[in-house]
Design a protein around this ligand. Structure first.
Ligand SMILES: Cc1cc2nc3c(=O)[nH]c(=O)nc-3n(C[C@H](O)[C@H](O)[C@H](O)COP(=O)(O)OP(=O)(O)OC[C@H]3O[C@@H](n4cnc5c(N)ncnc54)[C@H](O)[C@@H]3O)c2cc1C
Length: 456
């Protein structure tokens, strides 16, 4: 084990885990503070997750939504960015353990900000992940792009009508904002962007199914907006199947249980999972070492000042924290990050940690796009949909993207997609198209060899 090679300093040491909305905001807000910050994250970029589905469906490139964290923080001299997977937090000894390609590093802290976010949840059926990837990382989005476009490519080469049908059936599980956006964009890709680009198949005949165990679309946005979104999707040809519980997922499709208890199959080569989230397992580690509890989604039940009970120097923010009235959305993490940074700064100036004002979340509303020219938005008591909501969505997402050049190129990509029906990112590499299949073949060969060895 090695200790970090940074220069020793007497300054207050802040360790931040995660370079997402929470971790990056907290770090930036400590820019002028008299502290030494180490930001440790398993990805070298800051990811703007709300636009991942646009990477998956070829509208924008991954660079547009995932700038390198160290470049964002280049001018912030009190912050060092460290790549590594945090595998351990030791609350008693105030250290964080991280790993990078077989090397282990121990980083001591005075204050710890844990913002490791959430991963996809398959509700105990983790084997579904192999056949229905979620959408949490750039790797996920590129994998899905490979699967979506790869399915069209294979359908063009197939002369078997049944196989073609399976290849041209896309199932999105989970009718929350991500599922709605994904289903809408696959439908637009098939109906507009790819129209006329194939000779043996008609891409506009592709079937897009959006499926959920819940009885409505977009449940967090309320009945009125849910119905609006549903009607718009149906107009675009998306099949919506509600009260439909997925009981199995395999290479060739999914098995669904309906409310009357009957089960049925949907043959589909390309499945997308956007049905649930579960917080980083680091939350459970914190709970095991403190009086904190985790909720069913693995989120840490923090105190009103976002700290861990018994550890006023350890904060959990963003998707990892369970705070009454704070949704698992970017604003929750951003505002949490700012609040914690301000708390640290105030206490460096002598404020009493036992007199902290509680974190006060300001709800700025939520929105989801359905297709070009159509979105739904909920801002305070206001609920609206259609073109105005879509323009508001475009504007807000542009504002929150990091960097002027990135905003500009994204705007150009959007213009090309939404006005001219062209997508600039329809490339899939050989790796993306074949690597997973080849890996599966290798695994099957390895399993067969193991079986033969065991039998002899
Ligand atoms: C597809 C999708 C669409 C979304 N759309 C919207 C939207 O439209 N509007 C909205 O408000 N919200 C949206 N959200 C939710 C929003 O993105 C999250 O609420 C927000 O990112 C939470 O911020 P965070 O800092 O808690 O975690 P994240 O932004 O997820 O960041 C977590 C960070 O921790 C790092 N990390 C994780 N585990 C480890 C580890 N063990 N060691 C080191 N580093 C680690 C990750 O690499 C990452 O840098 C969407 C989310 C997804 C997935």
């Amino acid at each position: 084990m090695s200790h970090p090679g940074a220069t020793p300093s007497d300054r207050h040491r802040v360790v931040v885990i995660g370079s997402g909305f929470g971790g990056l905001t907290a770090t930036k807000a400590l820019k002028r503070a008299d502290v030494d910050i180490k930001l440790i994250a398993r990805t070298q970029h800051h990811l703007f997750q709300p636009l991942l589905y646009q990477v998956a469906t070829g509208i924008i490139s991954e660079g547009e939504i995932a700038p390198a964290t160290r470049v964002i923080l280049r001018k912030q001299k009190n912050a060092q960015v460290l790549l590594g997977d945090v595998t351990g937090i030791d609350l008693a000894n105030r250290t964080v353990k991280s790993e990078l390609l077989g090397h282990t590093y121990i980083t001591p802290y005075d204050t710890l900000i844990v913002a490791a976010g959430a991963g996809q949840s398959y509700f105990g059926n983790d084997h579904f992940a192999e056949w229905a990837p979620g959408m949490k990382t750039i790797d996920d989005a590129l994998e899905l792009r490979g699967r979506i476009l790869g399915a069209f490519e294979q359908a063009e080469r197939s002369s078997d009508p049944k196989r073609r049908e399976k290849l041209l059936t896309f199932v999105v599980v989970g009718a929350g904002p991500t599922g709605v956006e994904m289903a809408g964009q696959i439908a637009e890709l098939a109906d507009h962007t790819l129209k006329g680009a194939f000779r043996a198949i008609d891409s506009t005949k592709a079937r897009v199914i959006l499926l959920d165990a819940a009885p409505s679309v977009l449940p967090p946005m309320g009945e009125k907006l849910g119905k609006k979104a549903q009607a718009r999707l149906e107009k675009m040809g998306v099949e919506i199947q509600l009260n439909a519980m997925v009981t199995d997922v395999d290479r060739n499709g999914i098995t669904v249980k309906d409310p009357d208890g009957t089960t049925r199959r949907i043959e589909s080569a390309c499945k997308v999972w956007s049905a649930g989230v579960s917080a980083s397992p680091l939350g459970k580690q914190i709970a095991d070492q403190s009086d904190a509890e985790v909720d069913r989604a693995g989120r840490v039940k923090v105190l009103p000042d976002l700290s861990v009970p018994g550890y006023p120097n350890v904060f959990v923010i963003g998707d990892m924290a369970a705070v009454e009235g704070v949704p698992g959305m970017a604003q929750g993490a951003i505002q949490g990050g700012k609040y914690v940074a301000n708390t640290i700064k105030a206490e460096l100036r002598g404020a009493d940690p036992f007199e902290r004002e509680p974190f006060d979340y300001f709800d700025k509303g939520s929105m989801a796009t359905i297709s070009r020219n159509s979105a739904v938005a909920k801002i305070g008591p206001l609920e609206f949909g259609g073109y105005i909501a879509w323009l508001a969505w475009l504007f807000l997402h542009l504002i929150y993207l990091v960097g002027f050049r990135r905003k500009l190129t994204t705007l150009i990509s959007w213009f090309a997609t939404f006005v001219a029906n062209r997508r600039g990112q329809l490339t899939i590499t050989e790796q993306q198209a074949y690597a997973r299949i080849r890996l599966e073949e290798l695994e099957e060969i390895a399993a067969a060899v193991e079986g033969e060895k065991a039998a002899s």
